[in-house]
Write a protein that binds this ligand. Structure first.
Ligand code: FES
Length: 94
């Protein structure tokens, strides 16, 4: 098995009952990432314990934690990732 270059974790804002009702899920964020052609695996996660700054997206192994994710922010973040960079203004942890 070939390991992907990046692993992106997307907070799916799961509700207590486990229904995937979160913003990222509704907006097809996983598909947005996969359409890029970046060598990346995408996983949706349950709560990442920073709900107040969600929806959250984490890029590993760079350990970049982004908050307030929207479709346009995902585009910007992926643009930066393709250049090997981050979007500082959306980072929620340093
Ligand atoms: S539900 Fe997304 S960080 Fe808690």
């Amino acid at each position: 098995m070939k390991k992907p270059t990046y692993h992106i974790l997307v907070c799916n804002s799961y509700r207590v009952a486990g229904d995937a009702q979160g913003y990222c899920h509704k907006n097809g964020s996983s598909q947005l990432v996969q359409d890029r052609g970046i060598d990346v695996a995408v996983s949706t996660t349950a709560c990442l314990n920073v709900c107040s700054q969600g929806p959250v997206m984490v890029v590993q192994p760079l350990n970049l934690w982004y908050g307030g994710i929207t479709e346009s922010r995902i585009d910007e973040i992926l643009d930066a990732l393709e250049e090997g960079e981050s979007v500082e203004e959306y980072l929620i942890a340093h």
